[in-house]
Design a protein around this ligand. Structure first.
Ligand SMILES: CC(C)(COP(=O)(O)OP(=O)(O)OC[C@H]1O[C@@H](n2cnc3c(N)ncnc32)[C@H](O)[C@@H]1OP(=O)(O)O)[C@@H](O)C(=O)NCCC(=O)NCCS
Length: 171
């Protein structure tokens, strides 16, 4: 399987936020932002893996500033790192005020996407070959997040095995 470059995975989704996306105060629901992050991340992961993908987890979802009705919101996604069957996709969310043209960084997320074969089983993905210093930094930091995630899972399983031997399965 030929290695792919992060730049080949870029996915950009733009959504014009309407009243159906917002609460009564006129701010866009966090869940709407999360859904569109998931959509953009899924497209980036499919561009890398060239097979169907599912979301295994959303690791860090930050809401930096509220987004208002009538703003244009852009979700930029790119694969940061690829392992055996999973990938980390980073999404940057920017809101644009259409009148003033001011652009604000409003949210961000890291999602783990898993590639599936035709039978729905996890399957191998191509290696990712970062080209720029920035892409290598993102790959290194993705590895730190994965190591932390796995270490946390192992620590929880070990603690459960000690405290509640009957509940030591993975969550
Ligand atoms: C994600 C899923 C396919 C993993 O299945 P599984 O039987 O645990 O498969 P494996 O143990 O072989 O793990 C496959 C990969 O997923 C990763 N993974 C599994 N669970 C994970 C989690 N909660 N968070 C992050 N990564 C996870 C593993 O690290 C592994 O990656 P690697 O091969 O690169 O090391 C399965 O849990 C699933 O189908 N979940 C539901 C997905 C879904 O419906 N999403 C919402 C709609 S898209």
């Amino acid at each position: 399987m030929a290695a792919r470059r992060p730049s080949e995975t870029i996915a950009i989704v733009t959504h014009w936020m309407g009243v159906a996306d917002a609460n009564t105060a006129g701010n866009v629901h966090g869940g709407v932002i999360m859904r569109l992050c998931d959509e953009a991340a899924g497209i980036a992961a499919i561009r890398h893996a060239a097979v169907r993908v599912v979301t295994a987890g959303m690791d860090r979802m930050t809401f930096i500033e509220p987004v208002g009705v009538g703003e244009l919101v852009t979700f930029r996604a790119m694969v940061n790192a690829a392992w055996r069957t999973s990938m980390e996709v980073g999404v940057r969310v920017e809101a644009e005020n259409v009148r003033s043209r001011e652009v604000r960084h409003v949210s961000g997320a890291y999602l783990t996407m898993v590639a599936l074969d035709a039978d729905g089983r996890p399957c191998e993905v191509p290696a990712l070959e970062p080209e720029t210093g920035e892409e290598r930094r993102r790959q290194r930091e993705a590895q730190v997040r994965r190591d932390n995630r796995l270490a946390e899972r192992d620590a929880i399983l070990q603690a459960r095995a000690v405290d509640h031997p009957s509940r030591s399965g993975a969550a």
